[in-house]
Design a protein around this ligand. Structure first.
Ligand code: ADP
Ligand code: MG
Length: 277
């Protein structure tokens, strides 16, 4: 499954990490891959454990066994397991992966297909779910990340650029691959939902501009998440705790956090819809 959006900041990384946590709570084994090669961000939850990254797999310098590490402890005492492959956050690493020609980037697709079809379902990982956190927009990295999965979750905020960008991304994708597609509208202000029949309007907008506009593609509108005060407070609290710390405090995983259990229950409802689709 890939998490994608046209614009940045819509919640892909939050979704990827919290969905991984949820699946491990359910006893699943998950491989979470940072394919946001230009602006890696899963490393904000946990520093690299082995010093190797997904970039090393794409550059054919390292194997999956060398790069993926067991990150279950950041979630806590759960029955499942989480393996992660981070992307290289250094300037040199990002430049190296971006400076390659189109042919090299196309080859990534074959490397990634091999990774998700044979390496990760095999020993020692044996994963149930592979989750891919992508970079925004219609980039080769993003297309590669989405093309290797059987399901894509498009997470968007309600701004025109995001709605139209989602439509164009799915339409382009549909020419070559047809993954099962879920749409989540994120970060909606509460008063919009409460005051102006907002849910119905949003529903109509997504149906007209995206779902019905791409006939033949299997798209489900999975739901709406509000701009959540618990999430905002948690992120703020963790950021502030880094003021005097020698190392940056890792970003919070909201669904595990006792301070955001109201968000957790709403988030899980949307996830159940996506997982059971
Ligand atoms: N439902 C939400 N309520 C409040 N804040 C949110 C919500 N979803 C995402 N955010 C915040 O938006 C910011 C961007 O999220 P992130 O997952 O990093 O986006 P992306 O990976 O798409 O760039 C983060 O600070 C995150 O905490
Ligand atoms: Mg991100």
């Amino acid at each position: 499954m890939a998490l994608h959006s046209h614009k940045g900041g819509s919640g892909k990384t939050l979704f990827a990490m919290n969905l991984s946590a949820y699946l491990t709570q359910l006893g699943k084994t998950v491989a979470l891959i940072d394919m946001d090669l230009t602006a890696p961000s899963l490393g904000t939850f946990i520093p690299s454990q082995k010093g190797l990254t997904i970039n090393d797999i794409l550059m054919k310098r390292a194997t999956a066994e060398e790069v993926f590490f067991d990150a279950t402890h950041i979630i806590g005492d759960v029955p499942g397991k989480l393996y992660m492959a981070l992307a290289d956050m250094t300037g040199e690493g990002i430049a190296e992966i971006n400076q390659r020609d189109t042919e090299a980037m196309l080859e990534d697709l074959f490397t990634l297909i091999d990774l998700v079809r044979t390496k990760l379902p095999g020993d020692p990982f044996n994963v149930d779910y592979i989750l891919i956190d992508t970079s925004p927009g219609l980039t080769t990295n993003a297309i590669n990340g989405v093309a290797i999965t059987d399901q894509v979750v498009m997470i968007l905020r309600l701004v025109n650029a995001d709605v139209e960008g989602t439509y164009h991304f799915l339409k382009t994708l549909f020419n070559s691959v047809q993954p099962k597609t879920s749409i989540v509208v994120n970060q909606i202000a509460e008063h919009i939902i409460e005051e102006q029949d907002g849910r119905k309007k949003i529903d109509n907008l997504i149906k007209n501009r995206i779902v019905n506009a791409i006939p033949g593609l299997d798209i489900t509108f999975a739901g709406i998440l509000l701009n959540d005060n618990e999430v905002i407070s948690n992120e703020f609290r963790y950021a502030m705790e880094s003021i005097d710390a020698s190392t940056i405090k890792p970003r919070p995983i909201h669904i595990m956090n006792p301070n955001s259990q109201s968000f957790a229950s709403k988030f899980k409802t949307v996830l159940d819809g996506i997982l059971n689709d």
